[in-house]
Design a binder for this molecule. Structure first.
Ligand SMILES: [Zn+2]
Length: 78
């Protein structure tokens, strides 16, 4: 089972739980203050690959290069 990290809005504590993937997004009760609204934290890795707000600047396959501002750049891509 994967390990997920949760944060409690009520007391601000973070804790980790082993949960099955299908239950990962279900609400959790905080083990410290027993408030029911703890939410799952996305790992940095998952947040990076998701790009949920559409503000992501494409690193691979974009039409312009972020590091040299050329329209087509093969030299400085990663
Ligand atoms: Zn709490």
């Amino acid at each position: 089972m994967p390990l997920y990290e949760y944060i409690c809005d009520a007391c601000g504590c973070r804790f980790e739980l082993l949960r099955s993937f299908s239950k990962a997004d279900e609400p959790v009760t905080c083990p410290k203050c027993e408030a029911p609204g703890a939410r799952r934290l996305l790992s940095t890795f998952a947040a990076l690959s998701k790009g949920s707000d559409g503000t992501t600047t494409s690193v691979a396959g974009g039409s312009s290069c972020a590091s040299c501002a050329a329209t087509s750049c093969a030299g400085c891509k990663r």
